[in-house]
Design a protein around this ligand. Sequence first.
Ligand code: XMP
Length: 515
Amino acid sequence: MDNEKILVLDFGGQYNQLIARRVRECNVYCEVKPYNMPLDKIKEFNPKGIIFTGGPNSVYGEDSPKVDKEIFNLGIPVLGICYGCQFMAYSLGGEVLHAPKSEYGKTLVNVNKDSLLFKDCNKETQVWMSHTDYVSKVPSGFTITGYTNTCPVAAMENKEAKLYAVQFHPEVMHSVEGMTMLKAFVYDVCGCGGDWRMSDFAKQTIEAIRAKVGSGKVLCALSGGVDSSVAAVLLSKAVGTQLTCVFVDHGLLRKNEGDEVEAVFGPKGPYKLNFVRVNAKDRFYAKLAGVTEPERKRKIIGEEFIRVFEEEAKKIGSVDYLVQGTIYPDVIESGLGKSATIKSHHNVGGLPSVVDFKEIIEPLRLLFKDEVRRVGLELGIPEYLVYRQPFPGPGLGIRIIGEVTEEKVKIVQDADYIYREEIAKAGVDKSCHLGQYFAALTNMRSVGVMGDGRTYDYAIALRAVETSDFMTADWARIPYDVLDIISRRIVNEVSGVNRVLLDCTSKPPATIEFE
Ligand code: XMP
């Protein structure tokens, strides 16, 4: 490819893909590679600039990640972030010290507006810090371009050598002018013009899939959600009828969802896909009987999905590849690499260790949800499908706290249906910018009074969040009068429910789903 490229070298930081995403937002192609990518490969990659990510290590740690110092002599601009900043200082002869206390959170930094990096920023600007070590002395040839009350070198640079570094994280949203700084690095320091678009992603991915799959057969795990729908359409553009989409109705779908998915992707829909619907409710319920532990439930559902796909693949014969619509937050929250496991997303950490396919293809693995939506629009998928709210692969299985039973599934389906109907009727999904909203069945039963009698029934929890990347989310303020209608209808119309609760927790510290 002949697009301009930025290379992000990954030192193990939490935000490495977020950096890549911010660069893509500047319309510049970007890839994240391990920190130990050999120098000759870096030269071959021919980046216009290199970004070092943060990381959990100290430069003095025995096995802390290090890069050959020669990298600073390639004439390619480098931006070091957090650990990347400390590493740059340390390897070029500066000094890094261990602070007695970590600095974590929002901080005001004073920046030098003569620096190319900060020329469009305010003199005092809010950034996000997350570090213990800090640069106490810059290497020779460097000047300090930013400081805070506690951090003497919040930014440094050697303009001639095109080496820049910041102790804070410009890539996170809390760094108010972080995007301005990254833009300045990409455009003004590296000289990029911004020649990459999301449509290029679709084109390049289609070509890459075609080259990989050749004349082989492919099975796509289609749930009807945004991610797997985009993956399926991408694949069908790449390999046409070599693709079969398998939609598993595991009995944990929202009310009417199975038929809705079939209407769009099945034989009567606008896409001419080979579509197979497998009604597998009974086998999923049987496997889940008596299981209450959330991770166990996720693993069981993840494994059962794969077993169904394997069986379907055998019926088709000679299927080498399984395609999944995994996206980046699924990967990071499932704790691959060095990050902690939050929950095993069924299509990543929920996968069994032995899978009977030659390879799993995940074309969206590096994208965030809103980027996937942009790819969907590029592929011509209608807006109402692209902007559907996400629905997790394990479905209602993770919206029923505790054991999953057919009775509980029916309760949560009916409550969720009413919730969605009333939200749509009131137009709240648009006015409150709801990213996702659903009903969950708490495992709690409590006493109520209905008619003249005592009830001892379940409580439904209503969840609604505003988010664009689903990594963080704020709870949505749905108007009380709408909540009132929803609550009354649920208690009156759904048998087995006598109480409705509102979840007013953001992510973090909660997650969006309940399990
Ligand atoms: P959490 O609950 O982790 O959810 O804050 C973040 C987003 O991911 C969705 N989610 C999943 N999607 N498989 C999926 O395809 C899964 O196992 C899974 N778990 C959570 C969730 O609905 C939200 O949009």
